[in-house]
Design a protein around this ligand. Structure first.
Ligand code: CP
Ligand code: NVA
Length: 302
């Protein structure tokens, strides 16, 4: 049987996503109560990082260890991937030795190529186009705080980037309405928007977009690989900062999320991570448990 992959949220059904999140909540409880678990004993995860990471690396590596398995950190600097070995050849070899592969890279097409010749599940740990693992943690955090997100209004403020694209996929899979407030020229992919027109709207004015929202989320203005655009983006995105004044226009019980790392004074005000609506530290901690639930689902089967 062909391996299941997790390249975008659309690779799982809504019921499967719910199952992973339920398990993530259960794993968090059991970890916090000191229980040990060896569901992935002797299993190995290969982790290929072509971009920097704190949360993703620590959560996958610690997660495999907590489940009794092991994780290998592979960087292009010291593997043949960095010296031009074809992705498909690397995939055939690596996937013949491990139980799952996690990849953080630039072009989304690269992980699709890797997955096409992989014998084992491939996980998207962020590409320029999507960041589905972060959405598992975000949806877990929403459920823990507010229950089901179905029918809620979510507002994305800022760049139409990889996180925004995964929020668009999440709107479809979890059944919420998504408003996107971004400057002209920084919209998400037009095809993705058109495919999700029923649930997703672009609203230029951040104040109008957050009105009555149950969840407000944002991310950096310049993503990894866009460092050269930092100055121009800082100017173009200036009206799109999330701060207590903007949050005051959302629903009184609205929560605020940011996948981190954050730039205080840019996409968020200095005080936003400490605002009563902010759940960013839960969101980050949830990466650990969401990753473990995802690994169990993919390696052990549903
Ligand atoms: N949110 C997130 O993916 O963080 P890292 O880049 O630190 O992995
Ligand atoms: N959009 C950001 C997310 C980092 C977790 C980036 O791609 O750099």
């Amino acid at each position: 049987m062909a391996a299941r992959h997790f390249l975008t949220l659309l690779d799982f059904s809504p019921a499967e996503l719910d199952q992973v999140i339920d398990n993530a909540i259960a794993l968090k409880k059991s970890w916090r109560s000191g229980e040990t678990r060896d569901s992935l004993k002797n299993r190995v995860l290969a982790m290929i990082f072509e971009k920097a990471s704190t949360r993703t690396r620590v959560s996958f590596e610690a997660g495999m260890t907590q489940l009794g398995g092991a994780a290998l950190f592979l960087s292009p600097n010291d593997t043949q991937l960095g010296r031009g070995e074809p992705i498909e050849d690397s995939s055939r070899v690596i996937s013949s030795m491990v139980d799952a592969v996690m990849i953080r890279t630039f072009e989304h097409e690269k992980i699709e190529r890797f997955a096409s010749t992989s014998r084992v599940p491939v996980i998207n740990a962020l590409t320029d186009q999507f960041h589905p693992c972060q959405l598992l943690a975000d949806m877990q955090a929403y459920r823990e705080r507010r229950g089901s997100i179905r029918g809620a209004t979510v507002t994305w403020v800022g760049d139409g980037n990889n996180m925004c694209a995964s929020y668009i996929n999440a709107a479809e899979q979890f059944g919420f309405d998504l408003r996107i407030a971004c400057p002209e020229g920084y919209e998400p992919d037009a095809k993705l928007l058109a495919e999700n027109a029923e649930r997703v709207t672009v609203i230029r004015e951040p104040e109008e977009a957050v009105r009555g929202a149950h969840l407000v989320a944002t991310d950096v203005w310049a993503s990894m690989g866009q460092e050269d655009e930092q100055a121009i983006r800082a100017r173009n995105f200036a009206p799109y900062q999330v701060n207590p004044r903007l949050m005051a226009m959302a629903d009184p019980d609205a929560i605020f999320m940011h996948c981190l790392p954050a730039h205080r004074g840019e996409e968020i005000s200095e005080d936003m991570l400490d605002h009563k609506s902010a759940v960013v530290w839960d969101e980050a901690e949830n990466r650990l448990h969401a990753q473990k639930a995802l690994l169990e689902f993919l390696i052990l089967g549903a």
